[in-house]
Write a protein that binds this ligand. Structure first.
Ligand SMILES: Cc1ncc(COP(=O)(O)O)c(C=O)c1O
Ligand SMILES: N[C@@H](CCCC[NH3+])C(=O)O
Length: 432
């Protein structure tokens, strides 16, 4: 019911996260409030790092996909755990560099990087620019030549794999805006071109098949398809790549009934496929990278809200209104995403009230969850939504000129602000 092992209930019946009582956190910092367990994030990073030891003898590394949650402190945390960092915009690149991430540990993704972003990445010495389409290759070559440097790149390949997840978050299939097509020969042509360029060094290839995937098979299949292509490149062009990035996408628990797979199982299944395919194709095992975002921060985060009105419409539904909404968590409005909600100050009571959690935006679709079981709510209660660590703060907006909430990091009973709450002054800063 509490989804994550960083959560528990204390004698007062309050929800506790990494030793901090959520009622105290709400009192101290106000609501809405994002709360992230540093302990849980670090534990997950260590599980990924140690599975590289077990499966690849340390020949590889996890990369934190920071689109899931980007701020200076998360970069410092994952860096200190030995991860690389993936960024997907100039803004994420800037934040990572400001946090002290060495450029050599940054992987820059993006399906339509601007010229400005490309120049910024090249000038900063980003370790891996992941090229999404052939014309981007030319832009990188030009930027590198102008800087009298050589850019390290890889290609994002569309392996033609349909993973079972929400349509909006599938990315590996042929009908996808991401990546270079393998089947049509476009990818081989791009590799051939890159190998002729004197300001480009091509380190390897990348694929990412989608997000919130709860099966192992698509990951195994993607690894096999990519290594078949590595063998084909060796046979046709005489080149053997050093790196292979197999992307992220591992699913997490949003509800008790979600059947998640321990990350070690994904890692083991994929490594068996990698080793046996390399053996069959007589390829040296490349250095393997994976790129998880959601699974590193998702279950580590919760959001606290204060309950406002409770509107019971007999025979229809019960609206429980909170002081946040789609501006701090747009995922239900976008994907009808599942969540577990509870009343944090009554966490020990039975969840026998069926509620629709509504936000405060001028929008009927501003819902966090519909027809979900809760402890009986009252105005002033503290409502918590679980598993909000990924794609909540990073997808927040100022719709209706609402303020983005603060984010607090908790560890062993201590809390600290890592992102301050926005102020009204912040809202008008760029207005003229
Ligand atoms: C290229 C790339 N890498 C990594 C990720 C991270 O995925 P997830 O947060 O599902 O692990 C994404 C998002 O889907 C992505 O597009
Ligand atoms: N933002 C999406 C996932 C996109 C993953 C990034 N390519 C979500 O909340 O589930």
């Amino acid at each position: 019911m509490l989804i994550s092992d960083c959560l528990s209930c204390n004698d007062a019946g309050h929800l506790v996260i990494s030793g901090c009582d959520t009622v105290d956190l709400a009192r101290q910092y106000g609501t809405p409030l994002y709360v992230m367990s540093e302990d849980k994030i670090r534990e997950t990073c260590r599980r990924y790092v140690s599975s590289f030891q077990t499966n690849y003898g340390g020949n590889g590394r996890p990369i934190y996909a920071s689109k899931a949650f980007s701020c200076k402190e998360i970069y410092r945390i994952v860096l200190s755990e030995g991860l690389d960092v993936e960024v997907v915009s100039g803004g994420e690149l800037y934040t990572a560099l400001q946090a002290g991430v060495p450029a050599s540990k940054i992987h820059f993704q993006g399906n339509n990087k601007s010229i400005g972003e490309i120049v910024y990445a090249v000038e900063s010495g980003v370790g891996d620019i992941v090229v999404d389409h052939p014309s981007e290759l030319m832009q990188i070559q030009r930027a590198a030549a102008e800087n009298s440097t050589v850019a390290s790149i890889s290609f994002r390949i569309k392996p033609g794999i349909d993973a079972h997840t929400h349509d909006f978050i599938r990315t590996g299939q042929i009908d996808s805006k991401f990546g270079i097509d393998l089947i049509s020969g476009e990818a081989m042509e791009a590799v051939r071109t890159a190998l002729t360029m004197d300001h480009i060094v091509l380190k390897g290839l990348h694929c990412h098949i989608g997000s919130q995937i709860l099966e192992k098979e698509p990951f195994v299949h993607a690894a096999e398809v990519m290594l078949d292509f590595y063998a084909q490149i060796r046979d046709e062009l005489g080149v053997v790549f050093e790196h292979l990035n197999l992307g992220g996408g591992f699913g997490i628990k949003y509800r008790d009934e979600d059947l998640t797979i321990p990350y070690e199982e994904y890692m083991a299944a994929v490594s068996v496929a990698v080793h046996s395919k390399c053996k069959a194709k007589e390829l040296p095992t490349p250095k393997i990278f994976i790129e998880p975002g959601r699974s590193i921060v998702g279950e580590a985060g919760i959001t606290l809200y204060t309950v406002g009105s409770v509107k019971e419409i007999p025979g229809v539904r019960n609206y429980v209104t909170i002081d946040g909404g789609m501006f701090d968590n747009p995922r239900y409005a976008l994907y009808q995403a599942d969540y577990t909600c509870l009343i944090a100050n009554k966490a020990d009571q039975p969840a026998d009230y069926i509620a629709t959690i509504a936000g405060k935006c001028c929008e009927s679709g501003d819902l966090i969850q519909e027809h979900t079981a809760l402890q009986t709510p009252m105005e002033g209660d503290l409502l918590v939504v679980l598993s909000t660590g990924a794609y909540n703060y990073s997808m927040a907006s100022n719709y209706n000129r609402n303020l983005k909430p603060a984010c607090v990091m908790v560890s062993e009973g201590e809390s600290r602000i890592v992102i301050k709450a926005e102020t009204y002054e912040d809202l008008v800063r760029n207005d003229v």
